[in-house]
Design a protein around this ligand. Structure first.
Ligand code: FAS
Ligand code: PHB
Length: 392
């Protein structure tokens, strides 16, 4: 099998890249080791930046997002009985965020690619990347027990943190920056009406909690838990009682309860591999960088990388110009490192970190949240980061 660009991974990065390349007349084949049903049911991110929405609109794939997604102009913090609301749209000069599940984005991208008759090979696991420094690199993959080879001009490694791509960077050619956080998130999807129309982040001595949503009937809620917490330690009643204890500290706010449809524990880590490319292999999304989900950056970063990669490949195929390819990693990393910092900042600000420092971090967190509530400049800077950096 031969194509121009072999894309490994049918997540937000790989799928948006496939559509962006097709718009430029560039052929690609997407290899995805899971089934279509699996990737379309996998519950993950929920917040889209304006730039991500613009990308989907530019591809003509934003119709359901605008019909079913929710536009948010603000968010709130609940801090020890105090509510701090930030008007993100006012503070950021008119930009909003959209709440629309990552699995819905994935469904829309897959449906459009299938409708166009473009190839996505599901249950096809890339097992090795060969000849990365030659003009004809190859991907060896397994599908239904048979090994096959996909020959191409470029490989787009969009296969996430556990994929084969970033592991294919030759030792000594890449530097990894990594931080594991001493906590994780227990996330639930519940058939319950959201308590209010916006996101609520709770900073509480018992630990972090977050109220988000997927529709007017489905809430998405998170609790900070121990990093190796067994899910069995959290029966429904304990989950709801703890969400109430952490979120419900303000103005009689009581979390709406309902059947839990999905639950899972997500590890928290920051991770960047530099450079995000080697020879004809270009990495995008979680294959190259991970942010703790507190800042809701992950999926947006993945699609921003795809946009940069598609422009670089279009310049190559339309005129054999290689300067955008050569600086692909640098162009992505400027945005990545800003998002890494913001996600670390918000994670550090809102989570309980134990008391090894005699409460110094605890008091600093409250002081910073008070600063966000009282300083217009600080709130503007926060809002511009949260809604997504327009240009980096
Ligand atoms: P993805 O991981 O989405 O996609 C990679 C794809 O490659 C997957 O479909 C995988 O099956 C496939 N693959 C892997 N190895 C392969 C191989 N060898 N061959 C072929 N295919 C292979 N971000 C937020 O902003 N907010 C959140 O709340 C949030 N929650 C998250 C919860 C969880 C459990 C996880 C894991 C991540 C969460 N994220 C969140 C981050 C998440 O949204 C990622 O940033 C986003 O999925 C990145 O998209 P991709 O880079 O496309 O990678
Ligand atoms: C979500 O809705 O899944 C979500 C929202 C905001 C975050 C993280 C996750 O910071």
């Amino acid at each position: 099998v031969r194509t121009q660009v072999a894309i490994i991974g049918a997540g937000p990065a790989g799928l948006s890249l496939a559509h962006l390349l097709a718009r430029e007349g560039i052929q690609s084949v997407v290899l995805e080791n899971r089934s279509r049903d699996y990737v379309e049911q996998r519950v993950r991110a929920g917040v889209l930046e304006q730039g991500t929405v613009d990308l989907l609109d530019g591809l003509g794939l934003g119709e359901r997002l605008h019909r079913e997604g929710m536009v948010h102009n603000g968010l709130s913090f609940h801090v020890h009985g105090r509510r701090i609301r930030l008007n993100l749209t006012e503070l950021s000069g008119g930009r909003s965020i959209y709440v629309y599940g990552q699995q819905e984005v994935v469904k829309d991208l897959i449906a459009a690619r299938v409708a166009a008759g473009a190839p996505i090979l599901f249950e096809a696991e890339a097992v090795a990347l060969d000849d990365l420094t030659s003009p004809t690199p190859r991907v060896r993959f397994l599908q239904h027990g048979d090994e096959d080879v996909l020959e191409c001009d470029f490989i787009a490694g969009c296969d996430g943190f556990h994929g084969v791509s970033h592991q294919s960077l030759p030792a000594g050619k890449a530097h990894v920056y990594e931080r594991e956080y001493p906590f994780a998130w227990l996330g639930v999807l519940a058939a319950a009406r959201p308590n209010e129309a916006e996101l609520v982040y709770a900073r509480n001595p018992r630990g972090f909690a977050l109220h988000s949503m997927r529709s007017l009937d489905i809430t998405r809620l998170y609790l900070q838990v121990e990093p190796d917490e067994p899910l069995d330690n959290w029966p429904d009643k304990r989950i709801w009682d703890e969400l109430q204890a952490r979120l419900g500290t303000t103005e009689g706010w009581s979390v709406n309860r309902g059947p839990i449809l999905e639950r899972g524990i997500t590890a928290m880590r920051s991770y960047v591999v530099e450079p995000m490319q080697f020879g004809r292999l270009l990495l995008a999304g979680d294959a190259a960088h991970i942010v703790p989900p507190t800042g809701a950056r992950g999926m947006n970063l993945a699609m921003a990388d795809a946009r940069v990669m598609a422009s670089a490949l279009a310049a190559y195929y339309s005129g054999r110009r290689t300067e955008l390819l050569e600086r692909y990693s640098d162009d992505c990393l400027r945005r990545v490192w800003r998002a890494e910092y913001f996600s670390w900042y918000l994670t550090t600000l809102l989570h309980k970190h134990g008391d090894t420092d005699g409460g110094l971090l605890d008091r600093s967190q409250v002081a910073e949240l008070d600063h966000l509530a009282t300083s217009h400049d600080a709130a503007v800077a926060f809002a511009k980061n949260y809604v997504g950096l327009e240009t980096v």
